[in-house]
Design a protein around this ligand. Structure first.
Ligand SMILES: *[C@@H]1O[C@H](CO)[C@@H](O)[C@H](O)[C@H]1NC(C)=O
Ligand SMILES: *[C@@H]1O[C@H](CO)[C@@H](O)[C@H](O)[C@H]1NC(C)=O
Ligand SMILES: *[C@@H]1O[C@H](CO)[C@@H](O)[C@H](O)[C@H]1NC(C)=O
Ligand SMILES: *[C@@H]1O[C@H](CO)[C@@H](O)[C@H](O)[C@H]1NC(C)=O
Ligand SMILES: *[C@@H]1O[C@H](CO)[C@@H](O)[C@H](O)[C@H]1NC(C)=O
Length: 346
């Protein structure tokens, strides 16, 4: 069912000669964000956010890839989220699934069958743009291309099924970028600002499609991931992560200031995940330093000791060298939900 939105009303008014279709920019009305009324999450990003689709590329996407860039409405509308051990990059539900409650249960589910629909265009292994870092694979869809693909093939379909005022856009990107570029010989604060310029021109594209509420996640303490921990020269290091997060915060604030009708939240994932690392016991976590070698084995859930892991996977912070466990994603999603619940965009 399609109800009348501000946008369709504006279009209808525009057809009446002499009527004022849009408020002038000085009187632009901001609509307060309300999590309770948010029924749709459209996600972009990398393996931290990707979910497997029945019509997606296995281990990489909900739908399509760079070689298979176009999709038709039927493919999108009949695509389903797969939840199983390989359905995400964390061995179980990830933060967008926990946040929406869409795709948490084992099996397959259509986003249409969720109370909060998850439309997930994140692609595992994605960076922002090939202008800065090479593709991980020749089928990888960069963030810039995710948005291009969405604008071309997704939006024309979803515009008939979702309500924009009830939609939140989530973007979590940079995990691959900061790793891939950590050893570049550049002035990093300047480099990260360039990355953000490119990211926010894609955000501008999403804005031009009519979306007004945005959730950005900043970078985790990747300097503390296994392999980096205890290293004299972590890659990336804490300073680089702080620079990246500062560039993100500044660009998000500028975007918000330049578009007074938007709600923009930068969730401090870095602070939340650092807190969990410092207080693991509060969350039932006992292992913050290593990952379990058998993390992707089919029998890992019960047979962890066979892989040299003293405790179950759910007691680990790290799933593998670059990803947090599904358990950590669940904790993180809870913190994001709490934040969104008390946030109106002001
Ligand atoms: C997907 O990942 C799983 C686990 O790493 C692997 O066993 C499987 O072969 C992968 N599938 C494809 C098509 O690459
Ligand atoms: C997860 O489901 C997909 C799609 O049904 C399937 O291809 C894949 O093999 C499954 N993975 C596991 C670990 O069962
Ligand atoms: C992508 O890379 C694979 C492996 O290197 C190669 O076999 C394939 O031909 C490439 N595809 C395209 C379209 O370049
Ligand atoms: C991190 O790396 C950057 C770039 O190489 C360097 O300027 C900075 O001093 C490093 N910070 C630490 C704490 O090592
Ligand atoms: C953490 O995990 C590693 C790898 O599985 C294991 O060797 C180590 O004993 C674990 N540490 C604790 C405190 O359980």
């Amino acid at each position: 069912m399609r109800v009348v939105t501000a946008q369709t009303l504006a279009l209808a008014l525009a057809a009446i000669p002499g009527s004022l279709a849009f408020p002038s920019s000085t009187t632009v009305q901001k609509r307060a964000f309300q999590w309770d009324e948010t029924k749709y999450l459209i996600a972009f990003g990398d393996s931290y956010s990707y979910v497997q689709g029945t019509h997606g590329l296995q281990n990489y996407s909900f739908i399509g890839d760079l070689q298979d860039f176009a999709y038709d409405p039927q493919t999108l509308l009949t695509d389903k989220i797969v939840q199983n051990q390989t359905g995400t990059a964390e061995g179980g539900p990830n933060w967008v699934e926990f946040l929406t409650g869409c795709g948490v249960e084992e099996g397959v589910i259509s986003p249409f069958d969720c109370d909060r629909q998850l439309w997930d265009f994140a692609f595992a292994g994605s960076d922002i743009s090939v202008a800065y870092t090479p593709l991980h694979h020749n089928f990888t869809v960069s963030l810039v291309n995710q948005v291009k693909q969405f604008a071309t093939y997704g939006q024309p379909v979803l515009t008939h099924t979702i309500e924009q005022p009830q939609t939140l856009i989530s973007i979590w990107i940079g995990i691959n970028d900061i790793g891939d570029s950590a050893k570049y010989s550049v002035d990093f604060p300047t480099f990260y600002n360039s990355l953000m310029d490119t990211l926010f021109s894609s955000v501008q594209t999403i804005y031009s499609l009519g979306y007004r509420s945005y959730l950005f996640m900043n970078l985790p303490p990747l300097d503390l991931r296994p392999g980096n921990l205890g290293s004299a020269d972590p890659s990336p290091n804490a300073t680089q992560i702080a620079w990246y997060n500062e560039a993100l915060a500044q660009h998000a604030a500028a975007f918000n200031a330049n578009h007074p009708d938007t709600n923009v939240l930068v969730f401090d994932a870095h602070a939340e995940l650092s807190y969990i690392l410092e207080h693991p016991g509060q969350f039932g976590i006992v292992n913050t330093t290593d990952f379990c070698a058998g993390y992707d084995q089919p029998d890992i859930e019960w047979n962890y000791q066979a892989y040299g892991c003293p405790t179950p996977l759910s007691t680990y912070f790290w799933y593998n060298s670059g990803h947090m466990t599904s358990h950590v994603h669940e904790i993180l999603a809870g913190a994001v939900r709490d934040k969104l619940g008390g946030w109106s965009g002001i």
